[in-house]
Design a protein around this ligand. Structure first.
Ligand code: SAH
Length: 393
């Protein structure tokens, strides 16, 4: 039986502009008693069809899957997934030996709200951020297999921490298609161990690929500090770029093991690299002024809008500490992955830090998320990663 969500009068405007979310305040009433995760038909106040989507409990009531009246079946998923794969092939991140890890599905950016799929070689790591996508997970995994064929061996489902807590699904991480223990993948010709079983996110931060390549370009002869290194992506690129030394820092001892393993995988016996398990602020306070290429890629300081003010203060404090110690002629790569902080706010926080440290600073590059993390033009909320490359005089 069909389930319906009927909107209040005048509340369909954003949907005419293809925004993929319907907020609970726009809903007049529901029909057919939808459960969280069910597919519902969205109607305007006059009963005209507007969209199909997943019903949710919370401030977002529906995540729109399509603005056409169509079946949400295996064919639907296959079409969306192959369109996502076409994009990745076209931009050269998929289907090459030089790079076999990439984001295949970036939620709303690929018209699949609530779904993330990262590819690591022949393995996919799938993450649901909505109950609707969770309900469809097996169908999606099957569709993925038929789209990728021999290129896919296993799908690992990793949604333990990303599904709404209130939904109490008790979902455990695990393989939902095939199985694999092959955990080495290649990014721009460099090898990385991917810890999708226990690692953060889907096991690796694929969103920094292009920015790492830029670090490689500038690393020659420099003394590099990679702060918040996690698996050491930036460090490995800096090594290939010919850095004189590379120091990686992360407060997690596990991360330090990962970065050491990744350096050993690509540069065995190379003693230019060292890793430290330390708090960032402590390390910056205690370090000397030797590093002339510094990377600051902290975790999201603001997970929600409420935390914005504190987050901006955090970015300022962190960047000021780096500016204070960097010798003249240094380069700073500084990032924010908080979706709640926009690029002007981030730039203002870094501007304040430069002024506090009384340094002359020039912007060389303004960075963002790569092409395999596309932003749906109707959903600007999908923009989250921003970075600045600065020349510190
Ligand atoms: N730059 C990484 C991703 C960083 S994720 C990459 O390219 O893959 C953020 C990292 O910051 C995590 O590994 C986390 O352990 C670390 N972290 C969080 N708080 C920290 C702190 N106060 N000091 C040092 N590291 C911290």
């Amino acid at each position: 039986m069909s389930k319906f969500v009927v909107l209040r009068k005048g509340k369909e405007e954003s949907l005419k502009r293809f925004h993929p979310w319907i907020f609970s305040g726009a809903v007049h009433h529901i029909e057919g008693e939808p459960k969280e995760g069910d597919i519902v038909e969205v109607l305007n106040s006059e009963g005209r069809f507007i969209a199909l989507g997943h019903w949710q409990i919370g401030s977002i009531a529906v995540r729109v899957l399509t603005f056409r009246h169509q079946k949400i079946d295996a064919e639907f998923w296959k079409k969306r997934l192959s369109s996502a794969l076409d994009v990745r092939r076209s931009i050269g991140v998929a289907g090459t030996d030089y790079n076999n890890m990439y984001r295949l599905v970036h939620g709303e950016g690929d018209n699949l709200p609530g779904l993330i799929i990262d590819i690591y070689g022949k393995n996919a790591v799938m993450q649901a951020h909505s109950v609707g996508m969770h309900v469809c997970r097996m169908e999606i995994a099957q569709a993925l297999k038929s789209v990728m064929g021999e290129e896919l061996k296993a799908v690992y489902y990793k949604s333990e921490t990303t599904l709404p807590f209130k939904a109490s699904l008790g979902q455990e991480n695990g393989f939902i298609l095939g199985e694999s223990d092959d955990n080495i993948a290649i990014e721009n010709g460099l090898q990385f161990h991917i810890d999708w079983l226990k690692g953060q996110k889907t096991g690796f931060f694929v969103d920094q690929r292009d920015n790492r390549a830029l670090v490689e370009r500038y690393a020659r002869g420099r003394k590099v500090l990679n702060m918040f290194c996690y698996t050491g992506g930036f460090s490995v690129y800096a090594m290939r770029g010919g850095a004189e030394l590379v120091h990686s820092v992360d407060s997690s001892a596990k991360a330090v093991d990962l970065v050491n393993a990744n350096i050993a995988l690509n540069f065995p016996g190379d003693n230019r690299h060292k890793a430290f398990a330390e708090d960032a602020f402590r390390f910056l306070d205690q370090m000397d002024g030797q590093y002339d290429l510094v990377i600051l890629d902290p975790p999201a300081f603001a997970k929600h809008k409420d935390a914005l003010k504190n987050a901006l203060r955090g970015y300022t404090k962190l960047n000021a500490k780096a500016f204070e110690k960097m010798p003249p002629g240094s380069i700073l790569f500084t990032f924010s992955c908080s979706q709640a902080v926009n690029k002007d706010q981030f730039r203002m926080a870094v501007f304040t830090a430069a002024a506090m440290a009384r340094r002359k600073v020039r912007i060389l590059h303004q960075l963002h998320q790569p092409a395999d993390h596309p932003i749906n033009i109707y959903h600007p909320e999908g923009e989250y990663l921003k970075g600045l490359v600065l020349w510190v005089e």
